[in-house]
Design a protein around this ligand. Sequence first.
Ligand SMILES: [Zn+2]
Length: 430
Amino acid sequence: MNKLERIVEHDAGARAVRRCEELGCEPYSDMRGGLFRPYLGAAHKAAMATLRGWMHDAGMSVRTDPAGTVIGRYEGAEANAPALLIGSHIDSVWNGGFYDGALGVMLGVECVAAFASRGIRLPFALEVVAFGDEEGSRFPLSMLGSRAMAGKAVGDVSQMRDRTGATLHEAMRGAGLDVGRMGEARRNRQDILAYLEAHIEQGPVLEHADAPLAAVSAIAGIQRFYVRVQGQAGHAGTVPLSMRRDALAAACEMVLGIEALARAHVDDFVATVGKIEAHPGAVNVIPGSASLSVEIRSADAQCLERAFLQVKDLVGGIAGRRHVGWEVQDHQTFAPAPCDGRLVDLLRSGIRAEGMPEHVLVSGAGHDAMMMTDWVPTAMLFLRSPGGISHHPDESVIVADVQAAFAVMVNFITRLPEVLDISARQGTVV
Ligand SMILES: [Zn+2]
């Protein structure tokens, strides 16, 4: 494999960055002065067309699957060999950054270009997959492309509507797709070797650690619910403090209590109250009821469950002391998605080979990789986010980090047969 290990494409990182920037404005954005590329909008369709050209130029045969995922395939030494999928998404949030998602796709294109330009055929195929709906910024369901590819049930979503009232059925028809055939995007498990996703960290941890890259060990699971607090409304001037059942004051104590609980378990989970409401919401009325959203994230399923019970205990204790009622509503659980240990180690050794500090992080944010972990061996590579900024026009990357990510990915691809059971044939030069 020495021939493969010598691949150094000095401008691969810079080109990947340049392409993300090129896709950052019209016609690849549906807003003026910023980036908004929702699923199957005009900007997404324009980006799909340009990406198809880049994939083709890199040596791939290109198709679009029934969920609107652009797939470029570079055959292995033997036709129809199982594929390593290298993917991420090309949709964006409103006024988003250039690199969230798109960078992982562009890096995939660079990897294929590096092998194809040398005529190197691997013992497996490479496929670059560009999902179109990771963010859920148009319809009220996210990760449609990766869900469909991994064969995850989504129910009948044809009539869900975007903000303008257009249905998914209509949006897909406008892109030459048929919502009734979305299930056909499902891939056969035996045709897929593994899934690799490079993505910006979208947080400040790597920058603080002065580390350009990290292997992701798992994507955190989520417990998401509302706590409704029932007190007693009353006149703000006539009811003595000692006789009040103030729902908002109780809710505030709960917010700080949840924060303190999470702080005490710094490495196990994070908890956030992102939304709080009080009723009736008047300056001269004691709040009679309040509600707060609670979100707990952890890579450890047991920790997640324990944290949920601890939050419930805490809320119950505060409510009891303050003589208010409470209940948990709209409780949703998303299980943690662990990456494949062998592939995590492969990324780590690639990072080490670049002379960089070896970091392993849990992804607190959801990614398309979440849909893959229980289906195929999955790996994620994080790139440092300057300032920890993402989902914002100021989102950025450091070109040298992207170049290093490219090198780690090429190393990963080259050495994949060492850790996955691929028929032992070496890559051959055609
Ligand atoms: Zn993303």
